[in-house]
Design a protein around this ligand. Structure first.
Ligand SMILES: *Cc1c(COP(=O)(O)O)cnc(C)c1O
Length: 481
């Protein structure tokens, strides 16, 4: 059978796609030469893009030229080897290739029937990841768009469990009030989830942390006791492995025991640190995870898979589906009872084919290839930690957690009383303005710190060295001023 002659549209697509592929390869190879953070001021992109939607279509060449000249300068390069801000949102060649296929297919994977491969591959890669991270057998779940969504879903399931299904059925007036618990260092998504799920900010207890920035189990117990005495239902505890600020790790085993005793739902937020579970030597973190009701981590942070891709696991898929299922007539399918319809495991109905990029990444790197990359990042952070500790003008603000450091400039002889916050804000500003590296601000014990998170695919020890040299150079200027 010979293929039909290609339509002119397909030929044009082929031509542009080839040119784009060349551009993407050049971008990946050369991104390290660009300033990491965009140098645009607010409004600059809008100004360059001024004008209304064109009445008649324009050639792709023209649109691409504007992308290059008007859009690109407004991009902060997250895939830059010296992007050390926030947490990484890294990607990789196999992930980008898969995203191209996903876009071409344009499949909407809400039901098994609307693309069996979307559903079955999601089940498959979640099981692969479960084994790769050492999570307990039987944990299954869904790929969500974000850890924030997974945490919100966990709070909803907890609410339904605590109210015996009443909250979904009757609304919140007849149920609760509920309380949720997370450490003082937990991510803001827990707060947002508590607002959305009807716990209210007043129903969220921020539990104090110990000297290692981990939730104090005794304080958790005390808070639960107080709530019971006041007639609140302790419904959900969110434990964090790898807090966003300093990478604190909550004691899962102790917290799990308390939850089991109190009948509270236990959700584990390992958004960033979860990827380190590929390394046996970091599995201590999940001692006690058998007691967790759900667990989330983000391959879109530190597992070389394009945003968005959050792996959300639950112990009881049945309980999750009971919380999120609705059954309008138009969503009924013949296979419905025999297959997983992932729409019942997440809040939006529509679902992208997110599993494909993960499948490409895991197969192309192999588990050992992924381990090597992550281990490399942690080793680079260890080297940097030693250099900071040995530098008389700088100090670590918290112990290193995996590949995350918090430090500040404290010129030799300077007392804590001096305006170190102002000095460090200025240091950060100038480093980021240099374009050589990108770091982000932190707060440790109420004081300004500078966060340095290593996790880009192409980052080398020379990149870390170059960024550190720049920090020291500017720090030296500021200290001498
Ligand atoms: C990044 C982060 C989140 C939020 O992740 P999203 O996928 O962007 O919602 C939640 N918790 C922790 C601990 C994080 O580091």
């Amino acid at each position: 059978m010979s293929a039909p002659p290609p339509a002119p549209e397909a030929e044009e697509f082929r031509r542009h796609a080839r040119a784009f592929a060349d551009w993407m390869a050049d971008y990946m190879a050369g991104v390290g030469d660009l300033p990491v953070r965009s140098r645009d001021l607010p409004g600059a992109v809008m100004e360059r893009l001024a004008g209304g939607p064109p009445e008649e279509g324009e050639p792709v060449e023209d649109i691409f030229r504007d992308f290059r000249d008007a859009v690109l300068p407004g991009i902060t390069h997250w895939q830059h080897p010296r992007f050390f801000g926030y947490f990484p949102a890294n990607n990789s060649p196999p992930s980008v290739l898969a995203e191209m296929l996903t876009a071409a297919l344009g499949a909407q994977c809400m039901l098994w029937e609307t693309s069996p491969a979307g559903t079955e591959m999601e089940t498959l890669v979640l099981e692969w990841l479960r084994r790769m991270t050492g999570l307990p057998e039987g944990f299954e779940g869904a790929i969500q768009d974000s850890a924030s969504s997974a945490t919100l879903v966990a709070l909803l399931v907890a609410r339904e469990r605590a109210s015996g299904g009443r909250a979904n059925r009757e609304g919140l007036h007849g149920a609760g009030p509920f309380a949720a618990y997370a450490s003082a260092e937990a991510h803001s998504s827990v707060e947002k989830g508590a607002m959305v799920a009807g716990f209210g900010l007043e129903g969220l207890r921020r539990i104090p942390v110990d000297g290692a920035f981990a939730m104090r189990p005794d304080a958790l117990e005390a808070a639960i006791r107080r709530d019971r005495a006041e007639g609140r239902v302790p419904a959900c505890v969110v434990a964090t492995l790898g807090t966003t600020g300093v990478g604190g790790v909550d004691p899962l085993a102790e917290i799990g025991e308390i939850c089991a005793r109190e009948g509270a739902y236990l959700h584990v937020d390992a958004a960033w640190a979860g990827s380190a579970l590929l390394l046996e030597e970091h599995r201590d973190m999940i001692r006690g995870v058998e007691r967790a009701d759900s667990f989330v981590f983000n391959p879109h942070k530190w597992l070389f898979t394009n945003f968005d891709c959050s792996a959300h696991y639950v112990r009881s898929a049945e309980e999750l589906e009971r919380t999120l299922s609705v059954f309008p007539e138009y969503l009924r399918t013949e296979a419905g009872d025999r297959v997983t319809d992932y729409r019942n495991r997440s809040i939006p109905l529509g679902r992208r084919f997110r599993a494909l990029k993960l499948w490409f990444v895991i197969r192309n790197y192999g588990v050992e290839g992924l381990r090597r990359l992550i281990r490399g990042h942690i080793a680079m952070a260890g080297d940097l930690e030693r250099r900071i500790a040995a530098d008389p003008d700088f100090e670590l603000m918290a112990p290193r957690s995996l590949a995350l450091l918090n430090f500040r400039l404290r010129p030799a002889g300077a007392g804590d009383g001096e305006d170190l916050d102002g000095l460090n804000a200025e240091l950060l500003r100038r480093v980021n303005e240099s374009g050589i590296a990108y770091l982000s601000p932190g707060r440790v014990g109420g004081r300004h710190s500078i966060r340095f998170a290593i996790g880009q695919r192409a980052t080398t020890p020379e990149d870390v060295e170059r960024a550190w040299r720049e920090v020291r150079r500017i720090g030296g200027e500021l200290a001498g001023a």
